[in-house]
Design a protein around this ligand. Structure first.
Ligand SMILES: Cc1cc2nc3c(=O)[nH]c(=O)nc-3n(C[C@H](O)[C@H](O)[C@H](O)COP(=O)(O)OP(=O)(O)OC[C@H]3O[C@@H](n4cnc5c(N)ncnc54)[C@H](O)[C@@H]3O)c2cc1C
Length: 512
């Protein structure tokens, strides 16, 4: 059996028969099997937008050997009888726990929020009533911050190919569409993620792992750099190793870790708001037309030097998506974005943020605790402005011109908008940079200034980063690991999941 890989250009609305026909013609063969290896949209020329598809073909009628596959993640199994406690069921915590359990550890996941089924209903209730639920919201609950997200599975991190492959394969075996394995920019959509999270939990439980929902880590009992016990709202749990993967919303968990001697430093992070447009405006600007058969919705990724002091960029773009109230605490008001797999909503949204260091915002060298206090106070100031969870907003044009008030517009945000001089609610340095960024984005995307800009986007990345060793152990601790977005060393579903897997693998290697 021979093997060939070929690249094909196909119309955006091609059907499977057309793909097969093209393979037949390209290779001059009749009998074969094929698999798409990579698929990306080439929209550089608006009158010739097409899919670029790399496809591998197996046939008796051709010659050539299949390339050696990159080594996949090998999880060695040994019944060590060792116990692991993992805090947080987001991608970092879950994949760390999954791999540890696979390797023969007795693993318990502690999750402060509710299971995904309950969480879905509770988030719906919040969006209907505006009554906040501290244990079940966009930040806390099964699957972590990624559960109610766009589920984009891209990552710019290098050196995580094995872990990335493991995560994608796990998602596909838990119900993700096959295309997740080959799309250049795969995305699951929140509807798929919710099912996948539950199926993966079942797979973890079937291997003997336990998950304790509505159980919060409150403290750690430590002796000579060794954690002995996790103190939780459901009692103490002893273990041989502890992986903490709390995300970067859990302020009291950060503060407890600092109190217990875990060392952090401050770092650059991103701050801004979310922009929203009717999806048709983005489609027209990117494709030259409102609809493109066979493609869900157009995307963008924009960068700018801002005002020359802080760089500005768009992040976590959600085509056909929704702006969501993503507060983790009652008296804070922040936004984020999500979408369903079909990305067929009326609006497109994206974070529009400036990269900044906490020292610049505070005006002097700040400690990690001060950086957290400063950020929390900013999130609270948005809550105070709205007296709840309405999103302070203005039109992008008015933000650029510092002109108020803006007329209320249609939005996907479920808890209503409140007109605001948004530039005054954000720190002056951030507003100034974003204003220039928006001017530039308006030159890149026709009609950009007709959109809205709303809320506080403070969760793009963390302002602090843990000090840890190469094996991800917290410096000066023997069995305590801090991973994922809460460590300040990853951002996004894939890189956080990979960070958790790497910590688990180093624990496993140390135990063998
Ligand atoms: C609305 C939204 C959309 C997003 N869209 C995307 C996207 O499309 N693609 C992408 O790559 N990333 C996206 N992100 C970011 C992504 O979700 C995060 O980068 C990722 O989830 C981080 O994983 P994590 O496991 O480190 O932390 P988290 O996912 O935040 O998980 C942390 C978990 O720990 C729990 N926890 C916290 N403290 C405690 C405690 N003391 N005790 C017990 N449990 C605790 C929390 O309840 C939570 O479940 C989005 C985020 C949001 C909020």
């Amino acid at each position: 059996m021979g093997y060939r890989e070929i690249s094909l250009k196909l119309p955006t609305d091609y059907q499977e028969d057309e793909l097969k026909k093209r393979i037949e013609i390209e290779l001059g063969i009749k009998g074969f099997s094929h698999q798409i290896e990579n698929k990306s949209l080439d929209a550089r020329k608006k009158d010739r937008i097409h899919w670029l598809i790399r496809v591998s073909v197996l046939s008796e009628e051709i010659q050539g050997n299949a390339p050696l596959l990159p080594p996949s993640l090998l999880v060695p199994y040994r019944k060590t009888g060792k116990k692991a406690v993992v805090v947080g069921s987001g991608p970092a915590g879950f994949f760390a726990a999954f791999v540890l359990q696979k390797a023969g550890f007795h693993t318990t996941i502690i999750e402060r929020g509710t299971d995904v089924h309950k969480r879905t209903a509770e988030i719906r209730e919040f969006e209907k009533t505006g009554v906040f639920n501290p244990v079940s919201n966009y930040a806390f609950g099964e699957g972590g911050a990624g559960t109610f997200s766009d589920g984009k599975l891209t990552s710019r991190s290098k050196h995580i190919s094995k872990e990335r492959q493991f995560i994608l394969e796990s998602y596909i075996s838990a119900g993700a569409p096959e295309e997740t394995g080959y799309m250049a920019h795969p995305h699951l959509g929140s509807d798929n993620i919710r099912k996948i999270v539950k199926n993966l939990r079942d797979a973890f439980s079937d291997m003997g792992g336990s998950v304790l929902f509505e159980t919060m880590l409150e403290d750690l009992k430590i002796e000579d750099g060794i954690v002995i016990e996790a103190i939780t709202t459901s009692g103490g749990i002893e273990a041989d190793c502890f992986i903490i993967a709390p995300g970067h919303s859990a302020y009291e968990t950060y503060r407890m870790l600092i109190r217990r001697g875990v060392q952090f430093r401050t770092k650059h992070f991103a701050l801004g708001s979310r922009v929203e447009h009717p999806q048709e405006i983005i489609n027209k600007a990117q494709w030259g037309r409102e609809k493109l058969p066979g493609v869900m919705a157009a995307q963008y990724r924009l960068t700018s030097q801002g005002d020359g002091n802080l760089p500005v960029y768009t992040f976590c773009m959600c085509p056909g998506g929704t702006v969501v109230p993503a507060a983790a605490y009652q008296n804070t008001n922040i936004v984020n974005g999500m979408s369903l797999h079909k990305r067929d909503g009326k609006f497109a949204n994206a974070a529009c943020v400036a990269g900044v260091h906490p020292d610049k915002l505070i005006g002097r060298e700040a400690t990690p605790e001060e950086a957290l206090d400063w950020l929390e106070a900013l999130e609270e100031s948005f809550y105070q402005y709205s007296d709840g969870f309405k999103a302070p907003f203005c039109s992008i044009r008015n933000f650029i011109d510092r002109k108020e008030p803006s007329d209320i517009v249609e939005t996907s945000y479920p808890l209503k908008l409140k007109p605001a001089a948004l530039w005054d609610l954000l720190p002056a340095e951030v507003s100034s940079a974003i204003r220039e960024g928006l001017r530039e984005f308006n030159r890149k995307i026709r009609g950009f200034e007709t959109g809205s800009i709303m809320g506080l986007e403070s969760k793009t990345s963390s302002p602090i980063q843990v000090l840890r060793e190469k094996d991800r152990r917290c410096t000066d601790f023997e069995n305590l690991y801090l991973v994922g977005e809460g460590s300040g060393c990853s951002g996004g579903i894939i890189s956080s999941g990979a960070d958790g897997i790497k910590a688990a693998m180093s624990i496993i290697e140390g135990a063998l």
